[in-house]
Design a protein. Structure first.
Lengths: 64, 210
């Protein structure tokens, strides 16, 4: 199981890119943190979610 | 007659002590986007004695900016880099300022290379995400402080700082988007800007928790 934004999901073994492709996230507006590290977009495909990973998808909203 | 460099230095040194004064005075902080967030972040850091600010924005001051950004009415039409440099110099005359009047993209981030701390203060969510991803990829050693969610008249107390990774801090309420409802309100944008500037000063002081 992998924890995504606090919710446990059955995603171990799946790539980050595959998970995001099936999700509703807008890839142009997010940053992904896994286990205390930002995973840059260029590494989504090669990053495989592992059992026990804690992931936070940070979605940015406009305004500044 | 403005104070001498030595007088201003002494005033800050008395507050901070010599060691912290030096850490702040020797710091270089980049501010990316000079709107409601960036203009106030830059002023807080300038007044606090940060030695060098790298200011980046392609835009010009508009009448519709004056309700929340640090510019003066007579600066409408100026490049924000030029206008902000003038406002900052009035408060901190010996501050070193690097001005970059350009739209930052993944291809032209070189102006940020000299900064130890980068404050993301863009308006556009895609630009925010671009900067966070690019900094993580190129310069994982740099501290990055981003702002997301500060529009409207929601509670001041919902603006907060989170430490997402050891070197990535995120300020704001995370959800209140500009461009809808009453848009960005000066006081709440300033709260978020203050969180970002404060996070930078705490990092310089070696205080990394939030």
């Amino acid at each position: 199981m992998v924890r995504i934004n606090g919710e446990w999901q059955d995603l171990a073994g799946k790539s980050l890119a595959a998970f995001l492709a099936e999700s509703a996230y807008d890839l142009g507006r997010i940053a992904v943190e896994r286990n205390g590290e930002i995973i840059p977009k260029s590494r989504y495909a090669e990053t495989v979610l592992e059992e026990g990973d804690a992931v936070e998808i940070v979605g940015f909203v406009g305004g500044g | 007659m403005i104070p001498t460099k030595e007088e201003l230095q002494k005033a800050l040194e008395q507050r901070y002590g010599a060691a912290l004064y030096r850490r702040i005075a020797e710091a270089a902080v980049a501010v990316c986007g000079l709107g409601g967030l960036g203009s106030h972040i830059a002023m807080a850091l300038a007044r606090a004695g940060v030695g060098r600010l790298i200011l980046v924005d392609y835009d010009r001051v508009e009448a519709g900016n004056l309700h929340r950004q640090l510019y003066t009415a007579e600066q409408v039409g100026w490049l924000k880099t030029e206008a902000l440099a003038e406002v900052l110099k009035a408060a901190a005359p010996y501050l070193a300022i690097e001005k970059h009047a350009l739209r930052l993209t993944a291809q032209n981030l070189e102006p940020l290379s000299g900064a130890g701390i980068i404050c993301e203060a863009f308006d556009c969510p895609e630009a925010k995400a671009m900067l966070v991803n690019q900094v993580a990829e190129r310069w994982p050693e740099k501290y990055l402080i981003s702002g997301s969610g500060m529009a409207g008249l929601g509670s001041a107390n919902s603006i907060r700082t989170r430490r997402i990774t050891p070197r990535f801090y995120l300020c704001g309420d995370g959800v209140s988007e500009g461009g809808s409802g009453m848009g960005l309100v000066s006081s709440r944008v300033m709260l978020c800007a203050a969180h970002q500037a404060h996070a930078a000063l705490r990092i310089l002081a070696g205080e990394f928790d939030v």
